[in-house]
Every structure is written in structure tokens, then in C-alpha cells.
Design a binder for this molecule. Sequence first.
Ligand code: GCW
Length: 840
Amino acid sequence: MGRHRIGVVIAVVFAVLSCVSRPAAAETGADGWLRYAPLSSTARAQYASFPATVVMLGDSPVLRTSRDELVRGIAGMLGVRLASTAAVGAGDAIVIGRADQVRRAVAGAAVPADLRADGFWVGTTSVSGRRLILVAGQADRGVLYGTFTLLRRIALGDPLASLDERQEPAAPIRWVNEWNNLDGTIERGYAGPSIFFENNNVRADLTRVSEYGRLLASIGINGCDVSNVNANTRVIMPEFVPQLVRLAAAFRPWGVRLSVSIDFSSPQKIGGLDTFDPLDPRVAAFWKTTVDRIYAQIPDFGGFVLKADSEGRLGPSAYKRTHADAANVIARALAPHGGVLFYRGFVYDNRMDWRNLKNDRARAAVDNFKTLDGSFDANVILQIKNGPIDFQVREPASPLFGTLQKTNQVIELQITQEYLGQQRHIVYLPPMWKEVLDFDMQVQPKGMQTLVRDLVTGKAFSRPLGGFVGVSNVGLDRNWLGHHLAMSNLYGFGRLAWNPGLSSERIADEWTRMTFGDDPRVLKAVAGILLESWPAYENYSGSLGIGTLTDIIGVHFGPGVESSERNGWGQWHRSDGMGVGMDRTVATGTGFIGQYSPDVARVFESLATCPEELLLFMHHVPYTHRLRSGKTVIQHIYDQHYLGAEQAAGFVSRWKTLEGLVDRERYLEVLDRLEFQAGHAVVWRDAVNTWFQRTSGIQDEKGLVGREAGRVEAESLSLTGFTIVDVTPWETASGGKAVVCDSTSGCAATFEYRDSPGARDIVVQYYDQSDGASRYRLLVAGREVDRWRADRNLPHVESNGHTATRRTAHGVSLKTGNLIRLEATPDGREPAPVDYVEVK
Ligand code: GCW
């Protein structure tokens, strides 16, 4: 056999093999919801007469992307390889192009003449016996969005026969922000290093950026700020601009405009000036030169995001100038090029005196921006976080949305789960976002609703620019966000930015079908987990509007109830021996409630009408205050934490019903995260509950708090080599203490099982610090029943609420009198810490 023939044979064998094993190999999560998995034969049947040709009218990078995506999607889902042509011919076809072109090419097509920016129409028509599917965009981007919509319809198994759909986005701004640093790290990123930068440069290989552009385009996102709002001046320096050119090029075929974050002191830091005073003409000249230089190389550059006078960033206050002065000087440089300036509303004093009960960080946004309404230039957009504090598990809608009427605004939502479990917990966010978007600010004349979504889209006060910004922070992890299920949040953000009227249920259903297929058992289990996940997380991390009771001055992950108090950061919940909550009333508190319209304020101000999920955000009440259920606040706190932990445990059992229905890789990876979450929910529950029990001095009337059945403290076991240590904060260890091992040859803790014989779960709570990978072995009567390494890469180097982790050995057969032995070997600086063992 000649070399050539051997090559052919190998290629054929390889093709056959890779075909056979393809579904398994492909499921890394890299394609997100754009898997284009083959449709089931029943679903495929209804597309039996699908055209085999795509006609692309006109030509541009975005049109080519649209066509190629269509070819890819149809090949994947229907197994049809579309032929591509440039003109409508004799047979059936899918025709894609701008509305004017489609109208010209297909006589009588019902293409609307007045599509708004980014809008499209998809429909079917028949011309002299030929069946045509038409995708007509207002401009190229609309064609792309229309194409993705057609593909989604097929993926969801919708019939196409009577397709006649016009869509336009709710708002022009649908952007993501990525808090990426130039060194490749990501602030509040939980899925690996940056896809954009490494070693202070743009990465050499930008494949992942194009792939990200594809995901973004598929949900209608049209802009991306790639650099951290805690900005690095280098990103706009002349020598860096050619690198930005490469990023813009990677995004361009997907209709995503590039933007970067800027440092307000740049004129001084990199411009050679002795000032960055926004009213100094030399400063204006610096911004103009800088901006002109960028646009000369990136004509479709989007603009800048600016965080000024916030968390240590320099801003206009250095020169006693206003936020409007600061925004406008830069906006004026951008305006001639069509660029926009996002000015962040997240401005507050982080050195507030906590002793003063009238101080309130929640007031900051309105206090800072109210008087400036109307003084921003037309291309300035105020970027406002959904709530007045900072992405907590429950906050009211920021009153700033209703305060600004002559200023463009966008809502900033956080897709990355900074305070919400950092993608180690599943928290499906559309229900939370929708509560804010659907909140009625009541700032228009009586009888008229002023929903937050109509304020941010610009509809309520006819503002030309408005919309949605999502802080996404995807990383190099193949599945983008670290947790396969977390992609539902990126998907949900885009879908809501396009149409905030969509329901959370519908979004969850769409996403699940495309991500995991349409088996009804999968749909039910996944929807169940997603829709219950925010309430569950709220239940175990901080209910009644108290805020996420995490270590707020640290990594924002695990419990740390007291960290909010007695510091200048203003995330106070003001729990003391008598009561809990921030008094934000006008009558006796900080007056924050008075920042809402009178009708809204009236509801929040009164204990009788304040929604209970926001009770402790708005009021300080005694622990014995009775809720509408008749329960006291303190008992409610205890009970909700038990409920939340149970819900998280339920996610594991629901997911387990999907074994064999979901591909192995994603099944196991999701299972691993859900099991961690269920364990960490217990950590949360116990930390918060024991803290409140000790602080309030009021016992749990159900007698559960602090008395977990079957639990034995590590410090009470018979220890070989282990030493007993205090854990800080105390509530993050059962009994406040743990044991650690300082001997490289390992330590052991043993105890005798005294209960009745049977199959039991043995739980070990240990601390998985990030500075080592200790090894553990669990033995019963000398036989190993479990072994593991503490290598989860949790975000801390100490034993505390961030690193507390539970490991369960299921169904271990125990006899009365068995010796249970835990062996532990430290690694690096991690001393194999153990908190307790539980037999259940
Ligand atoms: O939530 C806080 C984060 C900071 C972030 C800041 C902001 C980028 O903890 O990491 O900084 O908000 O939004 O500016």
C-alpha cells in the first residue's frame, strides 16, 4: 500500500471513529447553548422539506458570519449541508440580507419598511412555487440576530410554516463589561484567566474572543468593554492601541463593538500634564487626541466606561468639579465619532462613620447625581447598579432610576456571582433581575406606571440612549463561567436585554432545551433547580433583605456575619443584642426611603406595608417582631436557613435523576458543584444561625440550632498528632474550633460508633484552603470507605467560611462499636484542618 493510500485509510478510519464518539467528546460546555445538537427524529420530521440553499444578498463580514452560522447550525441540527449562492434562483431557499435588499430580490415579500436599529423580520413566502424563508435585517447586525433567531426556533422545534416575526430590541445598549486586568487576572472572575489579556498585552491567540463574540451575538449583545473599571492607564496608550485593533477585529464579524475602561487621572499619569482637571483645556485636548487616535485605527470603537471618585479611584472631586464636568469632557472627545461615555453611578464614600446612625451608603447614588440631572451631554450614559448597595442577594431597585429624567441611563446587572456563590453555587438570576425591571417607581402622573425597565430603556422619558449592561467576567475555562448551569445567566441577561418582557420560566426553558436537549425529565429537573435557586440562596445566605451575610470586606464568598459591621464600607445590618436591620425610614432613620416617589416611599416607610423580603433593608426591628406569618423575625431567620440548606440538598437529588440523560462530562461536573453547594449551604446555615442565636440570646424554638444530630466535634475525638485551634470568625466552625495537623507524616482522629447498626452517611467537615491540597482518608473498622484531596481551589488561605467544605461518604455500613478513623496529611501550608464528623 502506498503512503498516500495509507493516509486515506487512516483518515477514513479516523473520520468514522470521530463521528461515532463525537457527542461525548464535544460536551465541554464550550458552545454554551449554541450546540446545534442533532434534532430528534420527530422534531426533525417537521423540517423535512427544509431548503438546501442559502442566498446571501450583498456582502460584509457580519453577513458572512450570518451565512456561515446558518450553514453550521443547519448541518448540526438537520444534517443538511446548505449550498450558498448570491442570488435567488429557481429552487427553495433561505434568503438572508438587509431589508431593502430582500425586498428588491423577492417581489411581494412582506418585509416591514420601518425596522428600528438592530431589528429584523423573519418570515416565509412562496414565489412561483418556490418556498422561501426570509431573514431581513434593518442593517447587517439585524440579519445576524434574525439568523440566530431562526436557528433558535429550529433548536426549540418550533414550526416554521407560518413564520412571520418582527423583532426589535427594547433598547440600543446591550453590552457586557468584563473586569479583566491586563495581566490576565479578572476582578471577581471565577472561571480562569482572561480570554483577552496576558502579561500586560492582548493575548496572541484570540480564538476564544471570537467564540465569545458568537455567544454574545446569538443573544443580541452588541458591545463589550473588555477591561476592568478599576482601570489601567496603559489600555489607551498609543503603543497599546494596535493591540485593541486586534480585539476589535475579533469581535467585528459578530457585530460586537469594543470598548475599554479609562482612568480619570490619565491626562496626568500618561499625558505628561500636571493636572487632570476636567475644565482645563489641556485636559480636554488630551482626551481629544487620545480618542482621535483610537478611532483612526478602530472606526467602530464603542466608547469608554469610567469609574471615578469611587473605591479609591481618582475623580472630579480632586478639583471640586462635578461628575457632569468629568463625563462631559470625555464625551465631547467621543461625540464626533459616535462614541459614548458610560459614567458609573457606583459612587460612595467607603470611609463612613459607622457610629452615626444617620449615615447610609444606600443614599449615595441619589445624593451624588440628583442635582446633575440634565447637565450631562447627549452621549453620556449613567450606568446604575440594580440596587443601591452592591449586588446583594436582595435589594430594592435603586431610587436613582426614578430620579433621573433628563439623563440617559443603563442598568448594570452582575452575571458573575460575586456575592451569590461565585459559580460554585447555582443561582439563576433572571427572576431577581425581573423583580427590579418590573418594579414600578411611580414617578409619572397618577395612574401611569413607571417600570424600571421603561426607565432604563429610555422609553419612560424618551431618552435616546439606554439599556442594559451585564458584568459577565467569563474566563478561559472551557465552559466560560465555571459552572455549566451558570451559563443560563449569561443567556438570560442577553434575552432580557433584548426583551425584558420575557418570563424567567421561558428563558430557563429555552436555555435548557438548547443546552441539554428536550427530554421532558431534563427540562423539569433543570427548570426546577434554576427557578428555586435564588430563593434557596437567599434563604441560607441572608433573608428579609438583610443582605448577603458574607465577608464583605474580603472575597465575598462564604459566611462572615460580623464583617459588615464597625467599618466604613456601609454594608451594615446593625444586628445587636436587641434587634436587626437598617432603619432607612424618613421618620427615624437615614431618610433613604424618602428618595423614592411619595407613593413608593409610603409603602416602604410603614412596617405594616413594607414587603417582608425587604424588611431589614428598610427597618430596624426587635428580634421578637412578628412577621405576617405570625413568626418572630429570629425564628424566621433560623427556619429559612434550614429550609435553604434543604433546598440545596434537593438540587443534588434532582440532578441525580438525570444520570444517563445528560452526557457524562457535564453530568459529573454539575453534580460536583451541586454537591459542594449543598455542603456549603449547611456551612452558611450553621454560621448564620449560631451567630444570631448567640447575639440575640434567643433559642431556636425547634431546638435545632447548634445541636445537629449525629455531629461530633473534631476537638472531642481521640486525636493523634492533631492540635486544637480557634477558627475566625468563630461562627464558621462548629463550636468555634477545629483541629489541624502539623506533622508531615499525618494525623488521625478516631471515635467509636455507638448508635444502632445500619447504612449511614458519614460527613466530614474540613477546610479546603487554597495554599495546599491536604489528603484525607476515612476508615471504618480498619477498612477505607472514602479518600479525597482538598484541592477545590476555594478563595482563601485560612480556615473560615470561604474554605469550610463538607464531604459525604454515602451509605456506609456501620456496626455498633465500630471504630471510625479519619486520617489527614497536610500539604503546603494547609494543615489538613477538620471541623467535625457527622454520622446520619
Ligand atoms: O462590587 C464591588 C466589587 C469591586 C468592583 C466594584 C465596582 C470593579 O467588589 O470589585 O470593582 O464593586 O463595581 O466598581
